[in-house]
Ligand binder design. Structure first.
Ligand SMILES: C[S@@+](CC[C@H](N)C(=O)[O-])C[C@H]1O[C@@H](n2cnc3c(N)ncnc32)[C@H](O)[C@@H]1O
Length: 298
């Protein structure tokens, strides 16, 4: 085990995870990531801790899923700084989840992730699903214990795509179980830049992202009201989640992440849950994960 320390009880700071050794070069793949990735990780790891801790007494099992798991390490672009990927940060939360499921499309990434997970967490209960999460949604679902009255299961699923390629059908498949979602909505970095392509030419991608082919009618109205395309897409995605029984997630409850260099908005990170308690925890995660104020479990 490479654990090097524990935070003090009741005085945990923003990450609230067990501290694990910082990564160093292990001669395996280490994809580049923007410096804002640490912002994303801070909020997701803090929320995962709050979720795992807050739901422990209420549910027999808590499961953590990542649809776009990565290689376990990444390197901040333009620097030599290596950081732990979100799967390892989720494994380090205290208390840990009962099961972890990681899906990754690129086999070299997945193999590196497996080795790194085993290095830090040799006894963790982890299932790996290789391939496109949209094609493997039923297999991912199959790894989530079905749960029963005597063995209740609650799942947190993090979807961290590079673009708006996540298909809503995948969310729909997984939502047949009790699953809360943290979704990275790449509506600025991808959809805004690719606006012409998506709206004018290849609108299938937006249809699949939203699970709807009627959004163009609403977009015409929104555009006339001077609503920006990224905001429109994020609201439409939240409205699609409501059709699955998720509570409303307005844009001001989403975390907007911007690039460090030019402060250009890149994406929103949004929580979707059917449970008000989860939305309250998310409010805390946004507050304490953003301003780094010490968070106290009382
Ligand atoms: C932004 S990175 C994820 C990084 C990781 N969540 C982290 O923060 O450490 C996105 C990952 O998704 C993988 N990927 C891309 N499309 C995918 C798909 N359709 N299904 C599963 N994984 C995919 C990429 O290979 C890449 O490793």
């Amino acid at each position: 085990m490479h654990r090097v320390g524990e935070h003090k009880a009741n005085t945990k700071t923003a990450s609230m995870t067990n501290e694990i050794a910082q990564p160093s070069d292990d001669n395996m793949i280490c994809p580049e990531a923007g410096s804002w990735t640490e912002d994303k990780h801070r909020v997701v790891a803090l929320y995962a801790t709050m979720f795992s801790k807050g739901m422990k007494a209420k549910w027999d099992k808590r499961v953590y899923v990542e649809l776009y798991a990565g290689a376990g390490y990444s390197r901040i672009r333009g620097t030599q700084k290596m950081i732990l990927g979100s799967p390892l940060q989720a494994l380090a939360v205290e208390p840990p989840f009962d099961k972890y499921i990681f899906c990754e499309a690129i086999s070299e990434n997945l193999e590196a992730l497996k080795i790194r997970v085993t290095r830090y967490f040799p006894t963790a209960n982890v299932a790996y699903v290789e391939g496109d999460c949209d094609l493997r949604a039923s297999d991912i679902l199959g790894e989530i214990p079905p749960g029963s009255k005597d063995n209740t299961v609650l799942t947190l699923c993090f979807a961290d795509p590079f673009d708006i390629g996540l298909k809503f059908g995948t969310i729909k498949t997984l939502s047949s179980r009790l699953v809360d979602f943290i979704v990275l909505l790449a509506v600025y970095s991808d959809a805004n830049r690719a606006y012409r392509r998506y709206v004018m030419e290849d609108a299938v991608k937006v249809d699949q992202f939203l699970g709807s082919s009627t959004w163009r009618d609403r977009w015409r109205i929104a555009e006339a009201d001077a609503i920006l395309f990224p905001k429109f897409l994020a609201s439409e995605f939240a409205a699609s989640m409501e059709t699955l029984g998720y509570l409303p997630t307005p844009i001001h409850k989403m975390k907007r992440v911007s690039s460090d260099e030019k402060n250009l908005p890149l994406y929103y990170i949004a929580l979707f849950s059917r449970n008000k308690l989860a939305l309250d925890l998310w409010d805390d995660a946004l507050k304490y994960g953003t301003d780094q104020t010490a968070f106290h479990w009382d």
